[in-house]
Design a protein around this ligand. Structure first.
Ligand code: NAD
Length: 432
C-alpha cells in the first residue's frame, strides 16, 4: 500500500504496555464506586473465548509466510459478540483482549443488543501488495471458520481494514456455507461496501458520532463550536471523518499527525482537501498548505479540542502534560492510559471517553445488521438521525451518572455499562 513511506510503527514498538492492564484499572475503579459484587467482577474480568490461529499464505513471489490472527470474544450476555478486525504489527492477544472488552461496554452504554469481541492479524499491511492482503484476509477468515456468524460473532472494520476487506471476509465466509443458507449470513460482517449489503453512513459513522458527542459537550458547557480550533491525531477513517464533520460547524482544523508525518497551519487546514490528498498520497506528509512540525510540537499545539484517532496509550505520563486543549474527544480506542487520565483530570482537561465517543461505529454496524436481517435499505438521513438519537442518549446517561456518582466521565461510562449487564445477570442467573 505505502511501500515508499517509512512508518513510525517501529519507533513505537518498544513503547508497548499492557493494554488489558489499563482496562482492568478502569473497570476496578467503576466496580468499586458502584459496589459491584465479586461474582460479577470475576465474570467481567475474564474473556469468554480466545481464538488464536497461525496460518500459511502464499506471497506474490511464491514463498510461504506464516501469519498469526486473533479473535477474542469477551461477553455475549446482551447479544451476539461484535467487534472490528485490526491489521497492525503490534496486534497481540493482550491488545485484542482489551479491545474486545471495550466493545462489551460500548454496546451496553449505547443500548445495543450486542456483546463484545475483537480480532486482528499481526502484520504491517503497508509492506504487502493488495493481492497478498486479499489472500491473508481470506485465509484468516477460513482459519477462524465457524467461530464467527451472523447471530454469533459479527465483524467490522478497524485500523488498517476497510469495506473492501469486509467484502473479502464476507465472500470467504459465504463460500463455506451451504448455498441455501448464504443469504441469511450476509450480516456476519458490517462495514461492507453499500453494494454488497453495507449501510449508507457506516463509513463516516464513527467520526460522525465523535462530532455528535462533541456537539453535546459544547451545549453542556456553553461552548461555541463556530470559533473553535481542533487538532487530530490519525487521519484515517475516524480522524478524517471527524475532521470533515466538525468543519461544518465552522470549527478550524489547525494541526494533524499520522503515522508518516505531522503538519500545522494556524490559519486552518481544509479537512476535505486534506482527505483527497491522503487518498492520493497515502499520508498527510508533505501536504503543501501547512508546515511540518515534530510530534512534541503537535501535542503542545494550543487548540480547543484534541481528537486522538490513531493508536492506544498516546496520552500518557510523558505526553499528557504537553496538551494545551480544553477537551480530548477519544476517537481511538484506549488513547489515554490511566496515568495520562489522572494528569488530564488534574489539569481540568475534559475527556469524552472512547467507549462513548467512538461508539458511532458499532451503532451504525447494528443498523446495518438490522437492515440486512429485514432486507431493507435505509436512507442516509434516517441512519444519521437514528445515530444522533442513540449516541446523544448515551451521552446523557453518562453525564447524569457522572453527576450522580460525582466521578469522571470514563468511570461513569463503565458504571452505565456495568449497571445494564448487572441486571441481565441478576435476571438470568448462572447456568446450571
Ligand atoms: P485507519 O487505519 O483508517 O487510520 C489510522 C490512522 O492512524 C492513519 O492515519 C494512520 O497513519 C494513523 N497512525 C497509525 N499509527 C500512528 C502513530 N504511531 N502515530 C500517529 N498516527 C498514527 O484506522 P481507523 O479505523 O480510523 O481507527 C483509528 C482508531 O479508531 C483505532 O483506535 C480504532 O480502534 C478506533 N475505532 C475505529 C472504528 C471504525 O469504525 N473504524 C470504530 C471505533 C473505534
Amino acid at each position: 500500500m505505502l511501500k515508499s513511506l517509512e512508518p513510525k510503527i517501529i519507533q513505537k514498538m518498544d513503547q508497548k504496555k499492557s493494554l488489558y492492564a489499563n482496562v482492568v484499572k478502569q473497570f476496578k475503579k467503576a466496580a468499586d464506586l458502584m459496589n459491584l459484587d465479586d461474582d460479577l467482577r470475576k465474570i467481567f474480568i475474564k474473556t469468554d473465548n480466545e481464538i488464536v490461529v497461525n496460518f500459511p499464505v502464499k506471497m506474490d513471489d511464491g514463498q510461504i509466510e506464516i501469519f498469526t490472527g486473533y479473535r477474542v470474544q469477551h461477553n455475549n450476555a446482551l447479544g451476539p459478540y461484535k467487534g472490528g478486525i485490526r491489521y497492525h504489527p503490534l496486534v497481540d492477544i493482550d491488545e485484542v483482549r482489551a479491545l474486545a472488552s471495550w466493545m462489551t461496554w460500548k454496546s451496553a452504554i449505547t443500548d445495543i443488543p450486542f456483546g463484545g469481541a475483537k480480532g486482528g492479524i499481526q502484520f504491517d499491511p503497508s509492506k504487502y501488495t493488495i493481492n497478498e492482503i486479499e489472500r491473508i484476509t481470506r485465509r484468516f477468515t477460513f482459519a477462524i471458520g465457524n467461530n464467527i456468524g451472523p447471530e454469533y460473532d459479527i465483524l467490522a472494520p478497524d485500523m488498517n481494514t476497510n469495506s473492501q476487506i469486509m467484502a473479502w471476509i464476507l465472500d470467504t465466509y459465504l463460500s463455506t456455507i451451504p448455498p441455501q443458507e448464504r443469504y441469511r449470513c450476509i450480516p456476519v460482517v458490517t462495514g461492507k461496501p453499500v453494494e454488497s449489503g453495507g449501510s449508507l453512513g457506516r463509513d463516516k459513522a464513527t467520526g460522525q458520532g465523535v462530532v455528535f458527542v462533541i456537539e453535546e459537550w459544547a451545549k453542556e458547557n456553553n461552548f461555541d463550536l463556530s470559533s473553535a480550533t481542533y487538532i487530530v491525531q490519525g487521519y484515517g477513517n475516524v480522524g478524517s471523518w471527524a475532521a470533515r464533520q466538525l468543519k461544518s460547524y465552522g470549527s478550524k482544523l489547525i494541526a494533524v499527525e499520522d503515522n508518516f508525518g505531522t503538519i500545522f497551519n494556524p490559519k486552518g487546514i481544509d479537512p476535505d482537501v486534506l482527505t483527497n490528498y491522503v487518498r492520493e498520497k497515502g499520508s498527510i506528509r508533505n501536504y503543501i498548505d501547512a508546515e511540518t512540525i515534530d510530534c512534541k510540537t503537535f501535542l503542545s499545539t494550543k487548540a480547543d479540542i484534541f481528537i486522538p484517532a490513531a493508536l492506544e496509550n498516546q496520552i500518557n505520563v510523558e505526553t499528557a502534560p504537553l496538551l494545551n486543549v480544553k477537551l480530548v474527544a477519544e476517537g481511538a480506542n484506549g488513547p489515554t492510559d490511566p496515568e495520562g487520565d489522572i494528569i488530564l483530570q488534574n489539569r481540568k482537561i475534559d475527556i469524552i471517553p472512547d467507549i462513548l465517543c467512538n461508539s458511532g461505529g458499532v451503532i451504525v454496524s447494528y443498523f446495518e445488521w438490522l437492515q440486512n436481517k429485514r432486507s431493507e435499505s435505509w436512507e442516509l438521513e434516517e441512519v444519521d438521525c437514528k445515530l444522533r438519537k442513540k449516541i446523544n442518549n448515551a451521552y446523557k446517561r453518562v453525564s447524569d451518572t457522572a453527576k450522580e456518582y460525582k466521578t469522571d466521565r470514563r468511570t461513569a461510562a463503565y458504571i452505565v455499562a456495568l449497571s445494564r449487564l448487572k441486571i441481565v445477570y441478576r435476571e438470568r442467573g448462572i447456568f446450571p
